[in-house]
Write a protein that binds this ligand. Sequence first.
Ligand SMILES: [Zn+2]
Length: 458
Amino acid sequence: MCFWVSSTHVVLRNPVLRTSTRTALILSGLVVLSSLVALAPIHDAATGLSSLGVHLTLPWHYRVWAPFCSVLDALSVLSIRQHIVLLATYIVGYAAWRIVRRASLRALHPEYRRPWRSACLWETGFACIAVVAWVGIYVAGALVPRPMSSLTLADPDAVTVDFHSHTNASWDGVKRFTAEANRAWHREAGFDVAYISDHATVAGALQGMRHNPVTAGSDVVLLPAVEARYGGQHIIAMGIRPDRDVHADGNWREPALKPGTDAPMLMLTIPGNLSRIDTQQYPGLARLAAIELADAAPRGIDQLQRQRRTVLDFAARHNIAVIASSDNHGWGSTAAAWSVLHIPNWRSMSPTTLDAAIQRAITQHGRSAVQVLARRAPDPGASVALLALTPVAVSVNYLRTLSWPERASWLGWIWAVWCVVTVVPITVPVRRPVADEPALAHERIPELVPETVADDSY
Ligand SMILES: [Zn+2]
């Protein structure tokens, strides 16, 4: 119910209490009951199975803001197709809500007729709020710094590597994303090594290498690579020597090498044209050593959802490694996947020695050299039906992969908001009806006090 307390304000209490209590109980039930069918949030990207000795560590400030951080994390690992389906669902849901709401208002107040100009203004205002809310979520996910969850491995000889990342030395890198910002991002995400693979330049990598720790286990090690175009594909070249290999034009140029020298190691990035890979020839001494099985760019996620099997078959056929890449240009605060190699005593190695050991492991062990660990996310594959179910799949996957600290944070936020909504009196300013403006007075109150109307106690 609602009641007047002055000539200009109305206080809402009981209807809000009933609605918010019901909502809080439903949300709490979902958060708690979904733990009965919980899944590990990290899995092997090749097999889909959970791995032992692997977990996500959440810093205390992540735990405090878990509902916001974890939702943004969940949105950050979706493909372009999935984002489009989410947006379409949002638009349809919003339109349905407005139509149903207007119909219910008319049913409750048959005498009520809003002038069309006023109705247009109301709807435009609500639509603007809906657009700002949607855009705000994505802008916050990409731009606003937030706490990150990091991968923790039980095996001390396991080293986590990002084979593909950028700095502001890339033409499309975020200006504030320096080599040290790149190092800090990888540190927070739980990486031990990050290859800086800027577009056609090693300037960012050189900057990062200058501040590398003496021993690799002391801090995140930044190592040199370069992203270049070759045969219509984007490749990452590792094992380059900045003083020898200069790629000024963005195209891959085979450095002048003599047989027997250490040649660059090439990795195919995704998205790419997989149908061209088999016939593609890599000239000179450079050798194809790996292909991405995880690339955190939405376009990369999109292709890998549809062609994961093709990538795995290709890697097995050529006995090359599968790797994970952040392809981070300075946007966002979510690591989607990690490459894990087993290199005994890597923590005591120098950065240069570790770089050589990583390349040696890939060369010697081929397909089995690297395990790709990724966040569990809904994968519709090539199925249109499963793609259409993205909103449901994302919600279910999100709830099932929450950790207990995240669930506790959710419960805290749900009931904190409930306290605020129900304990603090809510006053809504209204214009009192005046004799010569009956329609205007009727028109404002239902929009401002929707719970009152829905409760039919108005
Ligand atoms: Zn890139």
